[in-house]
Design a protein around this ligand. Sequence first.
Ligand code: SF4
Length: 434
Amino acid sequence: MNEELDSTYKKLKADILFVHAPAFYDFREESKVYFPFFSTSGDIPITPLYDSFPLGFKTLQRFLTDREFDAKILNLTSLLLIYPGIDIESLLRDVDVKVFGIDLHWMVHVQGSLETASLIKRIHPCVPILFGGISATYFADELIRYPFVDFVMRGYDTHLPMAKLLEALKEGLALKAIPNLLWKDKQGNIIDNGLSHFPSNMLTGIDWSNMPGVSKKSLFPITDIVTVENSGCIHKCGWCGGSGDAFKRINRCSHTLVQKDMAQYEYEMKKIKEIPGNDTYNLYTCGSYNQSDDRLESILSCISESNLKSIIYDQYHLTSDDILKSMVKANDKTVINLSPQSHDLRISKLSGRGSYNMEEMERWIERALEFGIFEIDIWFFIGMPEQSEKSVLDTVDYCNKILNHFKGKRVIPYICPMIPFLDPGSTFFENPGR
Ligand code: SF4
């Protein structure tokens, strides 16, 4: 094993080690398993193994560290990609942690997360294994039945329950009062503490200043940051596990959206500014389509201070002229993603979109470019409701029309298949016959 790596992991101690598993374990022996590739896209720097871990790992790390717990993150996927010859069992044997926390956020990780949990349990039979994330919350009752799963922490915001859990484990306290926890006692009985922790704001921003930095040796340096402005959504795209309806269903709550506290957003932007060489980084903001104009103006004002190279926004509606101008003022390399899903307004509406037709979109693109928007990406998907083969091919023709119409300008249409798993909890998943 790499000696430097060996000494790093021999020393690794933590109250909780968050482990991000690859989509498929062990891909090093089954390199043909690359289906997740179909859900990756040109502008998202991610490998077919989904090596990006959920942002919740970073907020949990900050929240728990602030409360004097030692919380570390192991991105097992990246580690296996960087050191393909690594003996993972020997590495895991050397770590000394009190709890392993594994994310099952996106379904694409289901095999990798379960296999990794099973492997860890074989190596550390006495160390509890905890699952969390959107899919873990949805499938909590199924997950807890696996012999290698001890805890499932459910919900969209688990910061406080996680701190209570670590405290209880440290002090040997009863676990019955910890909200959102589904767990097994020593006899293997499953105990459901119920879901009762539903904070109305996201109160923990990410400390981006401790990013590992870009290695000079890296051939493909990753200089992208993703931030979320909220959890949940005001929109209702039927295939989406993050829609407002899915959010209520999965978390068993009555609200569809939880906004990030503005002070925390400001904190994140300040921390981004502290990253060495941050003017080479791109920021992908996730959730600007859930913001009122006033709140979005405040967000843009924070972004304008961050000194980043470029910013990407997803937009559900065609952005107003005033907001377009503010976006350009905040950063002159502003990229907007539009996702009409289909050029056909009827199919677009059936997909949960359809708030504009293609003529309106084209006129809007002309204006946005005039205001100084740097690039506009238009996303179409295959697999939308009532979409026929002919309709898909008509969308391809429409992409060609767009390319010709905006020749020489940064207007880029994409067409790609819907992800290999329909999100659990989404409206289409719940009502497959409709
Ligand atoms: S896909 Fe639709 S429902 Fe899902 S987060 Fe985006 S806008 Fe909201």
